[in-house]
Design a protein around this ligand. Structure first.
Ligand code: HEM
Length: 414
């Protein structure tokens, strides 16, 4: 089933060329709008801050469509549209993000210990070391006025290295994950099935290698948990989890780093505040997450009963997505929402929703914040003359389902 004519598609140029203006138009029309994604069936996009928080925290919204008695599973439909066959779809349909209740608690508990604030703080020296190495490479590549693309030289390699070390992906395999991540987030039917097969195969091999020879990494910890008590994690769930962690751990933070760098490069006044008051960096990263966070909208939720949201009726079983980017720019929640202000306070409620909210709140939020803080702080400290190599208007957003990311970010370092 495809969306009726006139229903806006979230991958249309009006949302990809300037996502902030595109979402603002929908938000000012209604708190929830009927939209589609890549020509797929219609769904509801919730656009305003209060209603977005309701969708993510109200128990009437669940992530498992069967539980909500929904007629169809929109994630499944979109995967089929991308050419994903049954034997691979199983690794994407029941993930930590798409199960509810006890199943979700069980899966989340198995991995949450690796991502606590304390564990993440202990990683900080290593994150600094990785960043310093990347900055050395950038210094060499950018010597004598050559432009360097910060997306490829900085945005991607920092989070890929960090998440792969944590999970246990060996160094020689990391570049592949970068390529795989790009194809899989594009949902291009021409390449998705082949790349997904390679990535899933790689995770199976990784698990087999760690079963034979455990190491100090997350894959080995999951194997140990499974051996202690087989009911806690099936083989399929283990593959799904490792795949999800490597993907979620880099194909998001990469864009926080690149989008954040662009925002500061084009706002010298904000950068000057940070140079004068470096203690503000963590708050600045929070503000960059709010204003330039990479995740535009969440996984689908389904109401278990009819729900009225801001005067709009959402019938039981309708696929709904929470518009995070739109909520974070909602003037009902923030003064001057489209301005980036590194001195801004947290805002209303618990602050922005860029990492989601409620039971599925981002597991890697502390890690992502730390990578943003260490990465951007060290980048701007190391290169005081850092500037765009092209006029800002030539920097384009990359059309990608659900993600705001710049395609390239060419800079000069001296
Ligand atoms: C700037 C970087 C990041 C952003 C913007 C981000 C955003 C999000 C959002 C919005 C959700 C909730 C989605 C929903 O409710 O449907 C989420 C969940 C999740 N994120 Fe992140 N994320 C980032 C980095 C990371 C990192 C570094 C990891 C590393 C492990 C990670 C792992 C996860 C996992 C496992 C979930 C699912 C949690 C659950 O269902 O309980 N994320 N993320």
């Amino acid at each position: 089933m495809t969306a009726p004519t006139g229903v806006p598609d979230l991958l249309a140029p009006e949302f990809t060329d300037d996502p902030y203006a595109g979402y603002a138009r929908l938000r000012e029309q209604a708190p929830a709008a009927t939209v589609s994604l890549m020509g797929g069936p219609p769904m509801m996009l919730v656009t305003r801050y209060d209603e977005v928080r309701t969708v993510l925290t109200d128990p009437r919204f669940v992530t498992d469509p069967e539980f909500a008695g929904a007629g169809s599973n929109l994630r499944d439909t979109l995967l089929r549209q991308a050419g994903v066959p049954d034997d691979l779809a199983v690794y994407l349909l029941r993930t930590i993000l798409t199960v509810d209740g006890d199943d979700h608690t069980r899966l989340r508990k198995l991995v949450s210990r690796a991502f606590t604030v304390r564990r993440v703080q202990a990683l900080r020296p290593r994150v600094e070391q990785i960043t310093a190495g990347l900055l050395d490479d950038i210094a060499a590549a950018g010597a004598r006025g050559a432009p360097v693309d910060l997306v490829e030289a900085f945005g991607y390699p920092l989070p890929i290295t960090v998440i792969c070390e944590l999970v246990g992906v060996p160094e020689p395999d990391r570049a592949q994950w970068h390529d795989w991540g790009r194809v899989l987030t594009s949902m291009d039917p021409g390449r998705t099935p082949e790349v997904l097969r390679a990535a899933v195969g790689h995770v199976h091999e990784l698990i087999a290698a760690r079963r034979a020879e455990p190491a100090d990494d997350l894959v080995s910890a999951l194997i140990a948990a499974q051996e202690d008590d087989g009911d806690r994690l099936s083989d399929q769930e283990m593959v799904t989890m490792i795949f999800a962690l490597v993907m979620a751990g880099h194909e998001t933070t990469a864009h926080l780093l690149s989008n954040g760098a662009l925002a500061l490069l084009t706002r010298p006044d904000q950068l000057a505040v940070l140079r004068a008051e470096p203690d503000r960096w963590p708050a600045a990263v929070n503000e960059l997450m709010r204003a330039r966070g990479p995740v535009q909208f969440t996984q689908f939720r389904y109401p278990v009963e009819d729900v009225e949201l801001g005067g709009v009726l959402i019938p039981a079983g309708t696929p709904v997505t929470a518009g995070l980017l739109s909520a974070n720019h909602d003037p009902r929640a923030y003064d001057r929402p489209d301005e980036i202000d590194v001195r801004r306070g947290a805002g209303r409620g618990d602050g922005h929703v860029g990492f989601g909210q409620g039971a599925h709140y981002c597991l890697g939020a502390a890690l992502a914040r730390q990578e943003g803080d260490v990465g951007l702080r060290m980048l701007f400290d190391r290169f005081p003359d850092l500037r765009l190599a092209v006029p800002a208007r030539e920097i384009v957003w990359q059309p990608q389902p659900g993600t705001s990311r710049v395609a390239q970010l060419p800079v000069l370092i001296s």
